[in-house]
Write a protein that binds this ligand. Structure first.
Ligand code: KIV
Length: 272
């Protein structure tokens, strides 16, 4: 274990950059509710993202497009209440910052004010840089998100690897430098070639957090339900299952059903 993440002081956006500079890997998972966030925070994670993947994981939608600012605030409020140590970052959902700079700043302020999250994350590069700067100028730390940006799934036509071609790779590198220049403390790099992610990591002051971006980023993030083996039938190449929670839950539920059917639960000791 490194020295920064074991320091029990609250982790801030500044800590992420210090960890990058100290060469200490940054660990992140998503969470969307109080109970799960509490377990993840107590385990010693550096950052929790209330991802707009809540749209898929919590609500069962096909993509992240439908989730609203109000729904993100609901999830983020529950997560922020549970986190004593880690940095809490809330995704700005689709439609909350694309229309205008002013609307983006207003929504970011609302998210931070009403949820208690420490920072926001936004998808996009040069095209949103002015809005990102406005939010940072308002005092809110921003994490960028480049590569596979799921809010643009209809534009990409799917969830495949991004920036394979030189032109897209160069655009991504340029976008990362722009986000760095306007003051992002971190940049998520999703589903891009490892060599490109390594080059971005070397080129920016911001901490890079990879998902499907190889091992040379400053940190890693996974959707907790994927990492812990809860989501069924989703196993892209970049994903490792660190636990088999679906199996544990299934066994527990079956045991509960069995004992109720057999009238062995509740026992006399478990009755008043
Ligand atoms: O919404 C999300 O969970 C994310 C991560 C996959 C990075 O953006």
């Amino acid at each position: 274990m490194g020295y920064l993440s074991t320091d029990k002081k609250k982790i801030t956006a500044k800590t992420f950059v210090e960890m990058k500079n100290a060469g200490e890997k940054i660990t992140m998972l998503t969470a969307y509710d109080f109970t799960t966030a509490g377990i993840i925070d107590q385990a010693g994670i550096d950052g929790i993202l209330i991802g707009d993947s809540a749209s898929n994981v919590m609500a069962g939608n096909e993509n992240t497009i439908p989730i609203t600012v109000d729904q993100m605030i609901y999830h983020a409020k529950a997560v922020a209440k549970a986190c004593k140590h880690c940095l809490v970052i809330c995704d700005m959902p689709f439609g909350s910052y694309q229309v205008s700079r002013e609307e983006g700043i207003r929504n970011a302020i609302r998210i931070i004010k009403e949820s208690g999250a420490d920072a926001v994350k936004m998808e996009g590069g040069e095209e949103i840089a002015d809005t990102v700067k406005g939010i940072i100028d308002a005092g809110i730390p921003v994490m960028g998100h480049l590569g596979l940006t799921p809010q643009s799934v209809h534009k990409f036509g799917g969830y495949g690897l991004r920036a394979k071609q030189e032109a897209e790779a160069q655009k991504l590198l340029k976008d990362a430098k722009i986000l760095d220049e306007v003051g992002c403390f971190g940049i998520t790099l999703e589903k891009v070639p490892a060599a490109l992610a390594a080059e971005v990591t070397k080129s920016v002051k911001a901490a890079t957090i990879g998902i499907g971006a190889g091992h040379d980023t400053d940190g890693q993030i996974l959707v907790y339900a994927d990492a812990l083996g809860m989501t069924q039938g989703f196993k892209p190449k970049f994903l490792r299952h660190f636990a088999q929670v679906a199996e544990v839950m299934n066994n527990g539920v079956q045991e509960y059903i069995k004992t109720v059917k057999e009238s062995t639960f509740p026992s006399d000791e478990e009755s008043y």
